[in-house]
Design a binder for this molecule. Structure first.
Ligand code: ANZ
Ligand code: ZN
Length: 871
């Protein structure tokens, strides 16, 4: 009797039914409670990968479950379709970025459809289409009108061979990733969004995000980087620059300026150094408490002091040029070699004019942060320590952990922890916070500094000198400046006829596209040829999913009825930028009165990776799992080395393509495996035996479901209990995204049903089992549902109801006495609360009759045994 479940046939059939009957199209006004489940939309790179399958399966189970619980669920899908890879494909293969992108979307959409996701495809959007990015241009203009957009000169990575701006990720070891040329820093006028206006709000808002992982909140907090600091000035000694003789390192007194170590980059100047006309340098610190540990002052390469020195000193100019070649990311600065140039200028310690500190130009000081100048405390800052060891500057302990008060600091690891001030005169004995306050108070009192709050967060530079992005709707006029395009001229559409055979931005080279009349004065003017950072596209797509009128970005009332996204699921790699930009964009829309939503995503889940073993050939090449059989590389017959289990990635060739897996095992087995083995936040190691096990389970389920026959007489209490506990437990697990726990409960229930003798309970359990597994393995569930004679879809069926009585694990019989006489017996749950037991006793018919409406004077409850009512 038991047939095999034919996944290939059933998958296609049910997917067609869902499509044809528009099962998963969401209605805005059904009157049901709105529930918004969203997974991060994919970049259309070409094919879906296992990470997508895992991510979208999780969201799908929740979406399907919520539908069955009676919610109107919005579960949409679209494409984050602008970006570099399409331009690279254009350069490498000569295919237009749009053609390449749209073909990828078609392929990937077909692949997603084969997994049977309950998505509302009628709301599908691709950010590269004018009917999306045109609305983004309108929003940009609104933000511009509200003063949240501005233009500023800013440094970019310039590839002098490809003649193009590079993103930080495209600079590898200081060279262009494509050309290999040494990258230069160039200044370009660029567009910025004022995210810093919202720094405090973005920080404070994290406090209310209970549905976010703590680690993500912490990452955002660090990125925003609010710190209390002190800005103050060091007086510069006039005419300094020669022969400041240093004492031995680590003495008990003030840290002296020491002679420079031999280094080609380290050239004290001769004669009085220029001070850029300045007699002081202003620094910013978040550790004013460490002021007596200072051993040098350092300025950024772009700092006026460095610049004016360079004008007169070619060594300084060379050093500055060298600094500009380095990377600008925090990681590069953290890990890169710390380099300095001794200007010969000497600064005076603010608390003791006798303490003199050398002033360096240093590559790890950024002009854009604080004041572009710092004082270095090697003992308590790692960069300063690296620098001090290199240039043999004093390293003096001023914060001690325990009673380690020796000023001599050894080793190469700075001490950044909590402690007590030492070797710091009037600060000695204070803790860090108290010492900070004392120094800030004195600086303010004596008028040489001011306490301040600063953020690490920078304004968001959105200009990209690229073709495949949203054109910035601005026109540059020599007379009128930057003039916004009128909204009725939107969308500003990308020209189709572009070439990628020469480096640079095709929009810039296009013969006609940028030449337009000034909207304001009518004279010849030029379109902005920069396009928007693709993070702008992903900063509001969830709003457009909720509401997509043709003539404006969204309908406020409808969007507000869906937002915020109750559950957002995606990779932790987006913990900072995407999530922060979306939070900003949402606040900016609120600020300009367009959308009253405080936070875009109230629930966030970051899922683990899908991993796989890696393999290397005898001659050290990575090889893919398909090319290995029984430890032998099939092509060469040579043994392979099995490497670590790592995140699936093209570079290590340890990927498994989902499509052949779905061909072979079907959508349900693939989905089941994604949910079953590991907790969703952990990595999931892909294994052949895992997917085979999932396939066997789907078959086992089918045999059980299909094989329903025989007696439907009699009750099986134990099975009833098991069933209802499972119904309740799975609901809780799915809401908590604990899919592996839900799966474990299903295994138990299946085993219990298999072992149970035929009965009415068993029949009911099988019926409910089909409902319970349907969010996870929807195709086999629909097939079974139909086989049992149901004419409507299981996707539209309600989630089985829980009978709370059956959730009770154990029951006890209570003796109910009135004035010590047994009057009734009640079967109640073991361990029930006193109040509940008392209420049950008072509700007994017999008791009601005896008490005759009068409340008892006293109620004695002996847990799990008896109740005595004293009348
Ligand atoms: C002295 C000091 C002593 C510092 C110490 C740190 C530790 P956060 O907290 O991350 O904001 N700094 C200031 N401006 C800088 C710039 N433009 N480029 C590079 N570094 C800069 O970092 C603030 C600290 O970073 C400041 O506090 C300063 O070094 C450095 F034991 O001053 B500190
Ligand atoms: Zn004009």
């Amino acid at each position: 009797m038991a047939s095999r479940f034919n996944a290939l046939k059933a998958d296609a059939a049910w997917q067609k039914v869902w499509d044809d009957s528009r099962t998963f199209e969401t209605k805005d006004d059904s009157g049901k409670p709105h529930s918004y489940v969203l997974e991060m939309f994919p970049y259309p790179s070409g094919r879906i990968h296992m990470g997508h399958v895992r991510n979208y399966t999780m969201g799908d189970v929740l979406a399907r479950y919520r539908r069955m619980r009676g919610d109107e669920v919005l579960h949409p899908m679209g494409w984050d379709a602008f970006g570099m890879p399409a331009e690279n494909a254009a350069m490498e293969k000569g295919v237009h970025p749009g053609t390449w992108t749209r073909a990828n979307i078609a392929t990937m959409k077909a692949q997603l459809k084969r997994l049977g996701f309950a998505l509302d495809w009628s709301r599908e959007l691709a950010t590269c289409e004018p009917d999306y990015y045109g609305h983004e241009q309108a929003l940009f203009l609104d933000l511009f009108a509200a003063g949240l957009v501005y233009r500023k000169e800013s440094a970019v990575n310039w590839d002098p061979v490809d003649m193009t701006v590079l993103a930080n990720e495209q600079v590898i070891d200081g060279r262009g990733w494509r050309s290999g040329a040494l990258v230069e820093k160039r200044k370009l006028s660029q567009w910025f969004l004022k995210i810093t206006d919202f720094a405090d709000e973005l920080l404070a808002g994290l406090g209310a995000l209970d549905g976010w992982p703590d680690k993500v909140k912490l990452m955002q907090e660090n990125w925003i980087g609010k710190s209390q600091g002190l800005k103050f000035r060091f007086e510069l000694l006039p005419g300094t620059g020669r022969g400041t003789v240093g004492e031995a390192n680590g003495g008990g007194g003030a840290p002296p300026a020491s002679p420079p170590a031999e280094s080609p980059l380290h050239h004290p100047t001769d004669g009085p150094p220029p001070h850029a006309g300045e007699d002081h340098v202003e620094v910013f610190t978040t550790r004013p408490d460490t002021i007596f540990g200072a051993s040098f002052v350092a300025v950024a390469a772009d700092h006026p002091i460095a610049q004016s020195l360079a004008a007169a000193n070619s060594d300084a100019a060379d050093f500055i040029a060298l600094c500009k070649r380095g990377g600008t990311t925090a990681a590069e600065i953290e890990t890169g070699e710390k380099l300095g140039f001794d200007t010969g200028i000497v600064a005076r310690h603010p608390f003791d004019a006798a303490i003199e500190l050398p002033v360096y130009i240093a590559n790890f000081v950024l002009m854009e942060y604080g004041t572009g100048a710092v004082f270095g405390v090697p003992a308590h800052d790692q960069r300063d320590l690296d620098f001090a060891r290199k240039y043999a500057l004093p390293v003096r302990r001023v914060v001690a952990d325990g009673d380690l008060a020796d000023p001599l600091f050894e080793g190469d690891e700075a001490f950044t922890g909590a402690g007590t001030l030492v070797n710091s005169r009037f600060l000695d004995g204070l803790d860090i916070d108290a010492a900070k306050r004392v120094v800030v108070d004195r600086a303010e009192g004596e008028g040489w500094g001011t306490g301040s709050t600063v953020y690490r967060l920078r304004d968001w530079g959105v200009s990209r000198q690229r073709y495949w992005g949203t054109p910035i709707p601005i026109i540059h006029c020599d007379a009128c400046g930057a003039v916004p395009v009128a909204k009725d001229q939107l969308p500003i559409v990308l020209p189709e006829d572009v070439s990628f055979d020469v480096p640079g931005n095709p929009l810039d080279r296009h013969p006609t596209w940028k030449h337009v009349a000034c909207p304001s004065c009518g004279k010849d003017a030029r379109r902005e040829t920069d396009t928007l950072d693709t993070f702008a596209d992903s900063s509001w797509y969830f709003i457009r999913f909720a509401s997509q009128p043709k003539d404006r970005p969204f309908d406020r009332r409808i969007a507000e009825s869906w937002l915020p996204v109750g559950q957002y699921i995606g990779g932790v790699e987006h913990a900072i930028l995407h999530l922060l930009y979306a939070r900003f964009w949402t606040r900016a829309l609120k600020h300009i009165g367009q959308l009253d939503v405080a936070e875009p995503f109230t629930g966030l889940f970051t899922q683990g990776m899908v991993t796989h073993e890696t393999y290397k050939s005898a001659d050290g090449r990575w090889i893919g799992p398909d090319d290995v059989r029984d430890g032998i590389e099939t092509a060469t017959g040579q043994p392979v080395t099995v490497g670590r289990v790592e995140k699936m990635s093209k570079s290590k060739k340890n990927t498994v393509d989902p499509e052949p897996i779905v061909d072979q095992y079907g959508a349900d087995a693939t989905r089941w495996f994604m949910l079953s083995d590991s907790p969703p936040e952990r990595d999931l190691p892909w294994s052949e035996s895992g997917i085979e096990g999932a396939w066997r389970f789907v078959q086992r389920l089918w045999r059980l479901i299909e094989g329903t026959a025989g007696s439907n007489e009699g009750i099986d209490q134990a099975l009833d209990r098991k069933l209802h506990q499972t119904i309740a437990g799975i609901g809780t697990d799915i809401e908590a995204l604990a899919f592996n726990k839900a799966v474990a409960k299903i295994y138990e229930l299946v085993t219990a049903i298999e072992r149970a003798a035929p009965s009415r309970s068993r029949d009911a359990a099988i019926r409910d089992l089909i409902l319970l597994v349907s969010p996870m393995v929807p195709h086999v569930a629909e097939e079974a549902w139909a086989a049992r004679g149901n004419t409507s879809l299981i996707a539209d069926a309600p989630w089985p109801a829980v009978d709370p009585k059956l959730l009770v694990a154990d029951e006890v019989t209570y003796a109910i006495q009135v004035n010590g006489k047994l009057r009734d017996k009640l079967v109640l749950a073991k361990g029930m609360s006193r109040e509940a037991v008392e209420a049950a006793a008072l509700a007994s018919d017999k008791v009601v009759r005896i008490l005759d409406g009068k409340p008892p004077r006293m109620v004695i409850v002996v847990p799990d045994r008896l109740v005595n009512l004293v009348a």
